[in-house]
Design a protein around this ligand. Structure first.
Ligand code: CS2
Length: 505
């Protein structure tokens, strides 16, 4: 079977890549070419070019791994996107022109970022990729940031995305080119504002840039719109590769699958020269904050809760977790009684219906979304998904019992991973988290007794800040939930009814 490429795709090619098409140039660089990006921003940009043309092809840049580059470059950047509902809809996405690997192609990456034709940088680098501390500011003590701040010039290889972006902005400044528009497409609250502040903070502290007053001043003009991104995108598997081969008759090394639902809400501050995203369903609005909060609290918070509690019960996917009567009732109760009251109203959006629709999406049998994938990077994700709700509820005197249960289930999940590592060695599922060494070292001191364990966990000030650690309502709820979960980890009964009955009205 032929491999997918410009020469084998024929009529499947998007119109702008057809022989009579515009053959558009690169106008966007994207950092973090993961499956989510390829099912979301790359999808919208593909549709925008098909609809209205423009030089908006994407140079995708991987900050670490060469896997995506090795899969897509032999396919001229082409790949299939499957929208998984009852019948899976397949389309060919042509918006990615090439995939570069920063550690291997650094100067080429910088050349793309400093090209006059490049206008935008979009990014999906995950919560940890911004190297922020638990107050959401650039962590100057983060190993990658500390190293990048000391780089002797603007072309030496930076490890962090923030370092790479600041270098590119400075090189454009030196060349008299306009700044790039930087678009965070990650699940962070105030993602655009945090990104802008991080770049400015980096520039003000970097040996190379700190004295360049003009540049620091120009960075006050940097455009970094906030955005809310949403589409459930499980990891690619061989079943998908086979489906694509059967349906297209071409071999695609790395297709992508997601649910049909897809949403992008962007703060309406982009320069006039922009891809026709608003013509293909992207929502532009003055204030994205309420949308972000609604999505992070009503989708991502329950997702993480299902991931940790479900993993403790030995459940594998979101669909299976929602089919577990007690677990689905528990997560619905968490949303109804503790999360929904903390979500600010969104114009034109019925929050209760929005939440119900999200549970429907979790119950989609065609989307096999592994809890283990959602469980990654808990130390970063909780800062955005659960701790802000917890703080709001503590401040407003609302219940935090189920929120504490969600956090306790994450702590017990870390113990589960530690126990699996001790038992299975290399075969064990890894604890994927930038703070894994610290978390596993803490788990190693734990016994399952909340009196001993909870103080150890709360001592992790890179996760739990003083306002939470000193709040008795939270600490006692966490203590209680942790104590009730320990038997499950020890192979005891997996009855969750104890958590359902204890909930304050
Ligand atoms: C998930 C998200 O992996 C995770 O942490 O909660 O990727 C989620 O599927 C997306 O945010 C949905 O838009």
């Amino acid at each position: 079977m032929n491999r997918l490429s410009l020469s084998t795709a024929g009529a499947l090619l998007p119109v702008y890549l057809q022989p009579q098409g515009d053959n558009p140039q690169i106008g966007i660089v994207h950092l973090g070419p993961g499956a989510f990006f390829r099912g979301h921003q790359a999808f919208y940009t593909d549709a925008a070019m098909a609809k209205a043309g423009g030089d908006w092809r994407i140079c995708a840049v991987s900050m670490r791994s060469k896997d995506v580059a090795e899969a897509l470059n032999p396919q001229d950047g082409l790949y299939a996107l499957a929208q998984m509902e009852q019948d899976s809809h397949l389309s060919l996405i042509g918006s990615i022109a090439e995939v570069l690997v920063a550690p291997l192609d650094y100067l080429k990456v910088q050349a793309r970022l400093t090209a006059p034709s490049c206008k935008y940088v979009t990014m999906t680098i995950t919560e940890k990729g911004y190297c922020l501390n638990n107050s959401g500011e650039l962590d100057l003590t983060h190993a990658d940031i500390a190293a990048d701040l000391q780089l002797p010039d603007a072309v030496s290889q930076a490890k962090s995305a923030i370092g790479l972006l600041t270098q590119a902005l400075w090189l454009r400044h030196q060349a008299g080119l306009p700044l790039l528009t930087l678009m965070s497409c990650d699940n962070l609250t105030d993602n655009g504002h945090k990104l802008k502040a991080a770049v400015r903070c980096f520039a003000a502290n970097a040996t190379v840039f700190a004295k360049d007053v003009d540049f620091l001043l120009q960075l006050t003009e940097l455009i970094c719109p906030c955005s809310m991104v949403d589409s459930i995108t499980p990891a690619t598997d061989d079943a998908l590769r086979n489906l694509v081969a059967t349906r297209l008759g071409l071999q695609d090394a790395w297709p992508v699958k997601r649910e049909a639902f897809c949403q992008w809400v962007v703060e309406d501050i982009l320069p006039a020269d922009q891809p026709a995203w608003r013509d293909v369903g992207v929502v532009f609005t003055k204030d994205v904050t309420a949308f972000e909060k609604a999505k992070l609290r009503l989708l991502n918070a329950p997702h993480s809760t299902l991931a940790y509690l479900g993993s403790l019960l030995g459940i594998e996917t979101v669909f299976d977790a929602m089919a577990h009567p007690q677990l689905s009732q528990l997560v619905r109760q968490l949303v109804e009684s503790e999360i929904l009251p903390s979500v600010p109203l969104v114009d034109g959006l019925n929050l209760a219906q929005y939440s119900e629709d999200i549970f429907r999406r979790f119950e989609n049998p065609s989307v096999r979304h592994l809890l283990a994938q959602i469980a990654w990077d808990g130390s970063q994700k909780l800062q955005m998904r659960l701790l802000p709700v917890l703080r709001d509820n503590l401040a407003d005197g609302r219940s935090v019992q189920l929120l504490a249960l969600a956090i306790a289930s994450w702590l017990q999940f870390i113990r589960l991973r530690a126990a699996q590592a001790a038992e299975l060695g290399e075969q064990a599922p890894a604890l994927v988290d930038p703070l894994a060494p610290l978390l596993l070292a803490t788990a190693a001191q734990c016994t399952g007794d909340a009196r001993i364990d909870v103080p150890l966990w709360l001592a992790l000030d890179s996760i739990f800040s003083t306002d939470l650690v000193t709040h008795t309502a939270f600490v006692s709820a966490l203590w209680q939930a942790y104590q009730q979960l320990s038997p499950i980890l020890a192979g005891g009964p997996t009855d969750l009814s104890q958590f359902l009955s204890g909930v304050d009205a």
